[in-house]
Design a protein around this ligand. Structure first.
Ligand code: ZN
Ligand code: ZN
Length: 254
């Protein structure tokens, strides 16, 4: 009996092995992509949870008074006068708070350096849908400065300070959430721009860009006043906006 020794793979065998690997990669790649998206989504949710914790630290340091939705961590002066391309501010490198602390509001020192003010999935979303923003200026590169906005209904103004203890139903009212970069009637009349989400005014709503192939069909995350971060659907925007649960959906009149 002679043992049959071989020197290696024949070309055919090698080709078979390569094609099997190629098929396996093709099968696995989408699920790896999904797993990556899922991981980013979970980090996005964790970001928002930290956001909530830091916002409460800020509130505590400010005698229980809620921040302003517009000037909490950005746009210190609370106005857009003279600001070129205000709708591109969320992605304009000229307004990067790490480089331009002069624009930072009182909440920014709590967020600074924590690397949580931008959702990990948002870079890709921003590049893809930023140009769809109705007021986008093509010359301004898309480098996100922030990606979460605050429930404007809860925001203090100078004339009307709101205390966190005045607000009821903390577990049913969102604090910070995510918005789409494009307009879909009748859900949002404005796309993501400043740091305020004006659901109550029927201007804005929760975004729909996570965990989806169809950007209108996905979900986003929000942190609530009880400190919990939850995954939300666009239709949830109105019931999670005003503390009495009575925010009117733009769909109600249709
Ligand atoms: Zn996110
Ligand atoms: Zn823009």
């Amino acid at each position: 009996m002679s043992s049959h020794r071989r020197d290696g793979f024949t070309l055919i065998e090698l080709l078979v092995v390569i094609s099997i690997i190629a098929v396996l990669m093709a099968i696995l790649a989408p699920s790896l992509g999904r797993a990556r998206e899922q991981a980013k989504f979970i980090r996005c949710k964790a970001n928002l949870k930290s956001y909530g914790v830091l916002a409460f630290m800020y509130i505590e340091d400010n005698d229980g008074i809620m921040p302003s939705a517009w000037t909490s961590f950005y746009n210190k002066h609370g106005e857009y006068r003279g600001e070129p391309h205000r709708y591109c501010r969320w992605h304009n490198p000229d307004y990067d708070l790490n480089l331009h602390p002069e624009y930072a509001g009182p909440f920014w020192p709590y967020l600074k350096g924590k690397d949580i003010h931008i959702c990990p999935s948002f870079g890709k979303v921003a590049k893809r849908y930023g140009p769809m923003h109705p007021q986008h200026v093509d010359e301004i590169p898309i480098v996100p400065n922030y990606s979460y906005s605050m429930n404007s209904y809860l925001g203090s103004t100078e004339e009307r300070p709101i205390r966190v203890t005045d607000i009821k139903r903390h577990s049913e009212v969102f604090f910070f959430g995510e918005e789409n970069l494009w307009i879909t009637a009748p859900y949002n009349r404005f796309a993501f721009n400043d740091t305020a989400m004006c659901v109550y005014e029927q201007w804005d709503s929760f975004g729909t860009f996570h965990l989806t192939r169809d950007p209108e069909e996905g979900v986003t995350n929000a942190v609530f006043l009880d400190g919990q971060a939850r995954t939300v659907h666009r239709e949830d925007s109105w019931r999670y906006c005003a503390p009495d649960g009575q925010s009117r959906s733009p769909l109600a009149g249709l």
